[in-house]
Structure formats: structure tokens, C-alpha cells
Design a binder for this molecule. Structure first.
Ligand code: TXA
Ligand code: MG
Length: 353
């Protein structure tokens, strides 16, 4: 396709005209980007093989990394899965609609391409009226990975989708900025105890309160970045969330972080690199000599999560060569933030004390 159509929608009360046009596109096997509460997704009919194939091509996504399938309610689940465990019933009633993706054994109607030939499927019901209206009006579940080119930071605004995918997809429903800013938590219910494969919008602490016996997967914190070999969540082995700039993330106590960030920024600048610093409200003033952006207060990790991907993209737009990022606490949404930053940094993680 040559041209991507952008349709403005009211994210609380989306107009039926735009939703109908987008749903027609989905039913014809096309690709529609839409807002969820976490990040923008790129939707295709999950049961249409050629539509899902087109999705992988548009994103340049490796075929062994399956997308999440989005549903508009618990009633859509039973036909997509083998069985619904008791724990899933409880989690769906507590967290859906919302940023919790559950892994089930899949049923026969889910095509191989949609699940990368795994015998499981990832399902979630988003908490966004545009997303829900689109799924309902399309009358099919939507396979929807984040609407970015593979490897790039996930899009939290329609402008980010357009920057990556203009001319590669049919329609973008522009419902403004997303609320949560990092992707959903992925929880595998096919293992005992259930395992968090990707930390996200529902914090680990909240999950533990809900089901007690739950483990944080080996790669979920992002301390270990798996470069090859098999892993339970196929997406975890790829370099992710990366701006064009190299990322260095500095972790430790805040006074040591501040000193090391300045040292690193000076060193990069002295060899002619354009440096950006990703800081917090509490520390931004320490870096006035540099291009600095605050992700928010260190005690408001939800705010940091909301801003993270947008700021990484802003540094790129300002042609920064190196981003030196402060590490954030890993409680609450901080774990998802640090998982994304560590993956963006790859080997560039500096741990102090
Ligand atoms: O918040 C979100 O989850 C966003 C919005 C659009 O809903 N979607 C999203 O999708 O982040 P994506 O495709 O970018 O990430 C899906 C993650 C990947 O890490 C993938 O490997 C994992 O879910 N996944 C998908 N199916 C799986 C399965 N059957 N078993 C294990 N992991 C799976
Ligand atoms: Mg993604």
C-alpha cells in the first residue's frame, strides 16, 4: 500500500464511522494500528493466515516471535484455548480489561503463524474503548504486536506509529497518548507455578497478592539478556526497545549514579559524541551542562513508565549518539521500566556497588 490513513478518534467515546472503516479493513485482511492502555498495537485478524503474515512483514518481525491475541471479553477466550484453568478465571475477572496477558494452551482454530507454531497462545483484553470497539466491530480476535518496527521502542502515540510504519499499514486510529506506557505483563499459566515472562503494566507485587504462588521468569527482570537458544517467551531473545542511539544504563545508589552519569557523559562528549541524559525530576538539575530529559519522579514509577518510550524516541529525533540513563528502582512499574532499559542497553549496563 502507498498511503496510510490516519483517523482521529475520541479515546473514550470513539465515533462509529472511524471504527467501521477500520473494522472493514481488518475483515478484508488489512492492518490497523490502534491505541490500547499500554502502547499502540498493530492489529490483524488473528484467524486469517495471510493477514497475520502481512503483519510480520510490515513490522519486519521474525516469524518465531508470536503476537498477543486481543479479545473483547472473556466469552471470546473459550474457542481460542483448550481449557480455562481456575486460576485464569480468577485473574481475568480481577485484571481484565487491563494490562495482563495470559498464556493458555491453544485450540485448533488458531493458525500456526499466529502462534509461531507453539502449542500455546497469548491472550489479553485491553482497557481502551477504541481497542474494544475495533475488536467487537471486526467480529474476530486481533493479533496485535506493538505497532513499531521490530526492535524499536514501542509506540505510545500515533506519531510514533507513523514514523515507523507509514506506507506499510492501512490505517492508524489516533486516540492520543497511551496511559500506561509500557506493555502488558505476560503471565504463563501453562507451567506450575505460573511464571511472569515479561514484566509490564500489572506489577509483580500486585500479581503476588492475587495468586501468591507465582515466579518471576529468569529473563523477566532483564538482568539476563538471552542472545540465542530456546526460551519460553520467544520475544525475549531479540534486542528490543532500542532507539538508534547507543544506550548506557547506570544502576546503583543515587549519589553514585549521579557521579558516574556525569563521568560517562563527559567522556562521550570529549570524543565528539552527542550525549543525551535520561534522568529524573530529583536529579535533572545536576546535568544542566548536557541535553537532559526527566522521565518523572523516582517515587512516581508509573509516570516514568508512561514517559519512557516517548523520551527514547525524542533523543533519536534530536540526533543523539549516546543516551546515558539513570537506573530506576525495580519496585512496582519500575521492574518493567528497568527490563526495557536493560534490553535497550544490551551490554551497556553499568552496576555500581
Ligand atoms: O501491551 C501489550 O502487550 C502490547 C499491546 C499492543 O497489547 N502488545 C505487545 O505485543 O507488546 P508484542 O507482540 O510486542 O509482545 C508480545 C510478547 C512477546 O514477548 C512474545 O514473545 C510474547 O508476548 N508471547 C506471545 N505469544 C506467546 C506464547 N504463546 N508464549 C510465550 N510468550 C508469548
Ligand atoms: Mg513489541
Amino acid at each position: 500500500m502507498e498511503h496510510t490513513k490516519v483517523l482521529r478518534v475520541d479515546s473514550r467515546r470513539p465515533g462509529l464511522g472511524a471504527i467501521r472503516l477500520a473494522a472493514d479493513t481488518i475483515r478484508r485482511g488489512g492492518l490497523v494500528a490502534f491505541p490500547t492502555e499500554t502502547v499502540y498495537g498493530l492489529g490483524a485478524d488473528a484467524l486469517n493466515v495471510s493477514a497475520v503474515e502481512r503483519l510480520f512483514v510490515a513490522k519486519q518481525r521474525p516469524l518465531d516471535n508470536p503476537p498477543i491475541v486481543h479479545v473483547s471479553g472473556r466469552k471470546d477466550v473459550s474457542k481460542l484455548v483448550k481449557s480455562v484453568p481456575k486460576s485464569a478465571e480468577r485473574l481475568m475477572s480481577q485484571f481484565w480489561p487491563g494490562p495482563l496477558t495470559l498464556i493458555f494452551e491453544r485450540s485448533e482454530i488458531v493458525p500456526d503463524v499466529t502462534v509461531a507454531s507453539l502449542n500455546t497462545v497469548a491472550l489479553r483484553m485491553p482497557r481502551n474503548n477504541v481497542a474494544l470497539a475495533l475488536i467487537k466491530e471486526s467480529s474476530c480476535p486481533l493479533a496485535a504486536p506493538s505497532a513499531n518496527l521490530a526492535g524499536r521502542p514501542s509506540p505510545t502515540m500515533a506519531e510514533h506509529v507513523l514514523a515507523d510504519l507509514d506506507g506499510r499499514i492501512d490505517v492508524i486510529l489516533d486516540g492520543g497518548s497511551t496511559m500506561v506506557g509500557v506493555e502488558s505483563t505476560v503471565l504463563d499459566l501453562t507451567v506450575n507455578p505460573p511464571q511472569v515472562l515479561r514484566p509490564g503494566g500489572v506489577s509483580f507485587e500486585v500479581l503476588v497478592r492475587a495468586i501468591r504462588d507465582v515466579k518471576l521468569g529468569e529473563f523477566a527482570g532483564g538482568e539476563k539478556v538471552l542472545r540465542d537458544g530456546a526460551t519460553r517467551s520467544p520475544g525475549m531473545k531479540y534486542r528490543h526497545y532500542s532507539p538508534n542511539a547507543r544506550v548506557i544504563v547506570v544502576e546503583g545508589d543515587i549519589e553514585s549514579i549521579k557521579r558516574r552519569v556525569v563521568d560517562l557523559a563527559e567522556a562521550e562528549r570529549s570524543i565528539g559524541k552527542r550525549v543525551g541524559i535520561l534522568a529524573s525530576d530529583e536529579t535533572a538539575a545536576c546535568y544542566r551542562r548536557f541535553l537532559v530529559k526527566s522521565a518523572g519522579s523516582r517515587s512516581e514509577l508509573e509516570e516514568v513508565a508512561r514517559n519512557l518510550f516517548r523520551l527514547l524516541r525524542e533523543f533519536d529525533a534530536e540526533r543523539v549518539d549516546v543516551i546515558v540513563a539513570e537506573g530506576f528502582p525495580t519496585n512496582g512499574l519500575g521492574l518493567a521500566v528497568m527490563n526495557r532499559l536493560r534490553k535497550a542497553a544490551g551490554d551497556g549496563v553499568v552496576r555500581l556497588n
